[in-house]
Structures are given as C-alpha cells and as structure tokens.
Ligand binder design. Sequence first.
Ligand SMILES: Cc1cc2nc3c(=O)[nH]c(=O)nc-3n(C[C@H](O)[C@H](O)[C@H](O)COP(=O)(O)OP(=O)(O)OC[C@H]3O[C@@H](n4cnc5c(N)ncnc54)[C@H](O)[C@@H]3O)c2cc1C
Length: 413
Amino acid sequence: MKYFDIDLNLNEDDIALRDAARQFAEQEIRPVAKLLDQMTAEEGIAEDSPLWPLLGKAYALGYHKILLPERFGGLELTPLQANIVMEELGWGSFGLGVLLAVVSFPFYFVCLSNNEELIEKFVKPYCNCTDGSIRGCWAITEPEHGSDVLAIGDECFTSPSMKGNVKAVLDGDEWVINGQKSAWVSGGTISTHALLYVQIDQSKGFAGNGTCIVPLDLPGVSKGKPLEKMGQRDLNQGEIYFDDVRIPKEYMMVEPDMYVLMLDSCLALANLCMASWSTGLSRAAYEEALNYTKERIQGGRPLIEHYTTKQRLFEMFARVETQRAVTRAAIKLNFSIMPPHPEYSFVAKTQSTEMAFKNTHDAIQLFGGNGLTREYAVEKLFRDARSTLIEDGNNEALARHGGDVLMKTYPRN
Ligand SMILES: Cc1cc2nc3c(=O)[nH]c(=O)nc-3n(C[C@H](O)[C@H](O)[C@H](O)COP(=O)(O)OP(=O)(O)OC[C@H]3O[C@@H](n4cnc5c(N)ncnc54)[C@H](O)[C@@H]3O)c2cc1C
C-alpha cells in the first residue's frame, strides 16, 4: 500500500528513492526480519543466517551509507530523502533499519573529524564495501551507566564520582583502553569497528570522556553472547570487552574539550533516525489494521464499517501523519545546522515512538485474539515498538534533557 504524501514538492529523485526503498523493505527486509525474529539470537548470526545475504544486498544498494557524504563515497541524501528512506526501512523492520544505520556510525564520525588520513583508512573502504563485511557500532552504554552517560546538564554528568566502565589512558603515542560496554550495543557482537566512548579524565565525570574509532580485530578485544530480548530480535546486540587494547593517538577523534558538543550532536542525529523508523513502524501497524478490518466480519459487517473502528483507524492515521510531519521538520532543521538544536530531535523521537507504540497497541486490539499470535505481523510490531521507548535514551531521560535546554536557552532568537 503506498501512502499519499501531503508534501507535493517531492521531486523525482525523492519519489524514486522512496519507491526503491519501499520495494527493498517489502521484498527483502520483511521476510528476513520475520525469520530472524523467530530464531535464537545465536542462530540469527550463525554462518547460515539469512542476515548475511540481506546485508550483502543492502550494502550493494548503498543503504549502509545513507548518512555519509558523496565526496567520500556516501549517498549524501538530503535531510528529507534520509527521512523518506529511513521511514521505508523502518516500515520493513525497525531492528534491521537500526542495524543498517548503526553500521555507519564510526565512519560518519570519522567524516566529521575531517582527518584525511582516517578518512582514507576507514571511510573509503567502508563506502566501497558491497558485501556487508565492514560493520560499525555505537558503543556508549555501559553495564553501570545507561541514562547517566547521556545526562548532559544533570549534576551527575560532571561529578568526579562518576566512574566510567571503559577508560582510556595515553601512553606515548597510543591510547590504552580497558573495560566493558553493555549488552545493548546494537550490532555489538557482529561489528568490525566501534565508535567507542571512553572516560579519559574522571575529575570531570562523563564530561571528561572522549570518542574514538576502534577496529575490533585488535589484540585484547573480545565480545559477549548475542542478547536474547523481547523486541527488535532481528537486531543483534551484545557486550564488547577491552583488555589493554592499544590504538594510535589519532584514533581518539574527540577529547574532553569537545565532548559535550559532540555527544549532543550525536543524540540529535540518532534520535531523528529513531523518529523516522518509528513513523515507518507506526504506518505498518496502521496498514495491517486497515487491511484486516476490511476483511474481518463481526455483527454481519466488516469491522471497518463499525463506528468505533473507523474512529480508531482515523486516530492511527492521524498519528502517522503527525509523526512524519514533526520528524521531517526536525530532520530538515538539525541535519542542516551545526550545532543542532537537540530539543527538536527529542520532540520528534519521544512523540514518534510513543505514537508508534500506541498504534501497535491499537492494531492488536483491532485484531482481537489473532493479534496476539505469531501468525500476524502486529504481534512483532508491538514488541519492536516497546523497545523504542528505551532505545537511544529513555524517553523520560530525553525529556529531562530537553527540559534542561528549555530552562537554559529559551526563548531562542
Ligand atoms: C533496542 C535498543 C537498542 C540500543 N542500542 C544501543 C546502541 O547501539 N549503543 C549503545 O551504546 N546503547 C544502546 N542501547 C542502550 C540504551 O541507550 C539504554 O538502554 C538507555 O540509554 C537507557 O539506559 P538503561 O537501559 O541502562 O536504563 P537506566 O538508565 O537504568 O534507566 C532505568 C529507568 O530509570 C529511569 N531513570 C534513569 N535515570 C534517572 C534519573 N536520574 N531520575 C529519574 N529516573 C531515572 C529511566 O527513565 C528508566 O525508566 C539500546 C537500547 C535498546 C533498548
């Protein structure tokens, strides 16, 4: 089912990208997501897993470099196009949509560093990769620190009592890294490179952190078991351990002086991706419900002919349109300015994920008992949507951070 886009200014390229992404999501992502959802986490990354051919196809089409600039081999989509493609991938599967973006995070940040040597070494091979064999991850969450490490503006963030679980110490021309990232790192057990957040100067709390790129084939790196979880089961996750891992000094792209600005920008970017995939997820739930209620007869008529069903479907439709509108507005803003205004990304993420969750909930209600079974897609959509309220920052934590921005910088000029 194609949606009508109320933006009549989409150009031919925008429409072609949307249609191609939609076809890929329908024909390639959905069937694999369904299989992975029903496998164990170990089976999902075994040699014969359907994940690998899917990644190969996605890389061959360039879906791993949506966020990267053209001059280094990326697609350099406009903010609107990035939103359009991510919505379609999220419609196919939220978890695989996340994976296809997170694989690019270390390389995206190397581009921002403007370090030509690092770009040559890391970004160009990644952009040229067409078989899915180079995969990044975003490793920030720690066993003892979830919301803490994102809590810019909170007292705890700058407190010297905040001891990070991963530390880096400069030894001559090399950083030596020790510690552990949590099991929630997306793509953690299958990635070849990490965008790693490390504590450098504990006297500044987490504001004393830095960010580096770490090839994960270095001596001293090991990985945990893939995580078994309720939703987004098609998204591999797991711990990464660092035992005296040495990286050249230049791999530390951000040090404490720039860390807070970088983290805020990173959250602004990641949460716009979350909002875009959530729009797709929400639309998937709405479409499933629309189709089902046209077919299921109760009281002698299709469900959709009953007043309360029409009303519920309209509310679901309204949520999707609202999600898309607010997400596009925020992505157009924050993909175009530096530094971004994170509060708009947080509005998009918190609202879009809450609405996606409501839509999957309503879809299950409209399916009745059938909605609770694995036979129907809405059961997976509901589990996937539940995870989004926690992912890339609990919605409460993002709201607190957004409130802090309002307190300190509003009214904006
Ligand atoms: C599907 C998924 C994918 C993810 N992908 C990644 C990834 O790629 N890389 C990565 O590094 N991490 C990833 N994460 C981790 C994610 O960012 C964290 O789960 C999130 O930041 C919350 O941290 P936590 O789970 O430790 O919860 P906690 O921080 O322990 O929070 C638990 C509860 O306490 C509340 N709370 C926390 N602090 C306060 C406070 N100060 N005051 C009041 N209440 C508070 C929270 O709102 C929440 O309700 C992912 C998570 C999920 C679910």
